[in-house]
Design a protein around this ligand. Structure first.
Ligand SMILES: [Zn+2]
Length: 438
């Protein structure tokens, strides 16, 4: 696809062979375009063969987050005069990485979200609250706005700051859906119940969740997903997206994984050695953007661990789907012989009603074993809190980390990060690694 033309407007109800053909064309064009226009790829891919489709892609090297951060503007394919917006990603060097977008890129982002919102059953009749960050150089908020505008729905940009404002807008406007981060939706539910307001009686029927998984690998809701679904009396939809993909994968009504848009993105799931894993098996998500004009990425290693399925979905689409993000590569901890991801610990903690906030701190006293300390801000009687948390973790994950009660202030100041748009929940202090990992 030529990045300057709009992507196809209809979600393809294609069969697997047609999807493969679409991916082949998209990947071949994306690599050709990046080689012609990006100084980084011109240099990096010199000497590598021509890529005719997905089957050739393994011949090219992986693009790492570190490279994108280190050679940031070398990736750009257009001059600054073509840009309509500059987003940032968290970066790996402490300085946020710039992610530029052109008008065509903005259209592409909007189209991606249009497909997602339509798939969850929204229409021009819907009034949708965006309870997400829409400034701070954040791409997603902008993309959601564009997608809903294309759909013809009415958008109310409440933002993610104030449960009181969200609640008041729900009462005044009667929205049918809210787009937000699950932990914020949980906070709003707690606030509403303090105010004597039953959210399940509100008009909101769909919660489009971003940033944190709300499903387990078997598609059941995580404790957090189940809590918000029940508190809001609403259907929960999981989505996955990161800035560098300039796309998101969103569930349909069947709730069995995020659908890929083959006209916008190609994904691979690779093991630690860089080989593809069979469908259903977990590995790192590696993505090639299709149709991106300003900063296309070829075989970009996201660091996110998930799995893919190509089984036809209950909704009738045959597009590949990804499972929930199970963790981040490099973050897996080995605690007394058991491997566990911070994301799994997070899921358990988020499921405990009395946990107001938490922070995980990993250290590595020896090369063979990691240790995890969890700081907990607890609502109610603290006497048995540490034991309750430890027992729950032992029961669900077979690990028994140190648990210490802390104040909300202590947790928030330790987790505070200038370069991230959100509070950190995991500090990695192994091997002096202290990367901003969210
Ligand atoms: Zn589906």
């Amino acid at each position: 696809m030529n990045p300057s033309t709009s992507p196809p407007d209809i979600e393809p109800g294609l069969n697997p062979a047609e999807i493969d053909a679409m991916l082949d064309r998209g990947v071949a064009a994306a690599v050709k375009y990046a080689r012609e226009h990006s100084p980084f790829y011109r240099r990096e891919l010199a000497g590598f063969p021509e890529i005719r489709g997905v089957g050739d892609l393994h011949l090219l090297p992986i693009t790492t987050k570190h490279q994108v951060s280190e050679h940031n503007e070398q990736f750009w394919c257009v001059g600054r005069e073509k840009l309509v917006d500059l987003c940032t990603t968290s970066g790996t060097t402490g300085i946020p990485t710039l992610y530029p977008i052109t008008q065509a890129d903005l259209d592409r982002l909007g189209h991606n979200e249009f497909l997602c919102f339509r798939r969850v059953g929204l229409s021009p009749a819907d009034l949708v609250i965006l309870a997400v960050t829409i400034d701070k150089c954040f791409m997603a908020g902008l993309a959601y706005f564009e997608g809903l505008r294309r759909l013809g729905a009415t958008v109310v940009r409440v933002g993610a700051g104030s449960p009181a404002m969200l609640l008041s807008m729900i009462e005044r406007l009667g929205p049918s859906a809210v787009v937000s981060v699950p932990s914020f939706l949980k906070r709003v539910a707690a606030y509403a119940s303090q105010q004597g307001c039953d959210l399940a009686q509100s008009t909101v029927r769909k919660l489009i969740c971003i940033g944190e998984p709300v499903r387990n690998s078997d598609w059941s809701l995580t404790p957090l997903g189940a809590q918000i679904s029940s508190a809001w009396g609403a259907q929960v939809f999981s989505t996955y997206g990161i800035t560098e993909l300039a796309a998101s994968l969103c569930e349909c009504q069947a709730g069995k994984g995020g659908h890929l848009h083959p006209q916008l993105l190609h994904i691979e799931i690779l093991d630690d050695a860089g080989h593809p894993v069979p469908d259903g098996r977990e590995g790192q998500l590696v993505a090639t953007t299709i149709g991106v004009q300003a900063m296309p990425l070829i075989r970009f290693a996201t660091g996110d661990v998930t799995f893919m399925t190509r089984q036809p979905c209950d909704c009738g689409l045959s597009t590949p789907r990804i499972g929930p993000i199970l963790g981040r590569k490099g973050q897996a901890m080995k605690i007394k012989g058991t491997t566990v991801y911070p994301a799994a610990v997070q899921r358990v903690l988020q499921g405990l009603e009395s946990v107001i906030d938490f922070l995980m701190i990993a250290t590595a006293p020896t090369a063979l074993s990691d240790e995890l300390e969890i700081l907990i801000a607890w609502r109610g009687d603290p006497a048995d809190a540490a034991n309750i948390v430890r027992e729950r973790l032992r029961g669900e994950l077979k690990v028994c980390p140190d648990v210490r009660l802390a104040t909300l202030q202590e947790i928030q100041s330790l987790g505070d990060s200038r370069e991230l748009r959100k509070q950190r929940v995991f500090l990695d202090r192994r091997n002096h690694r202290n990367l901003p990992t969210g």
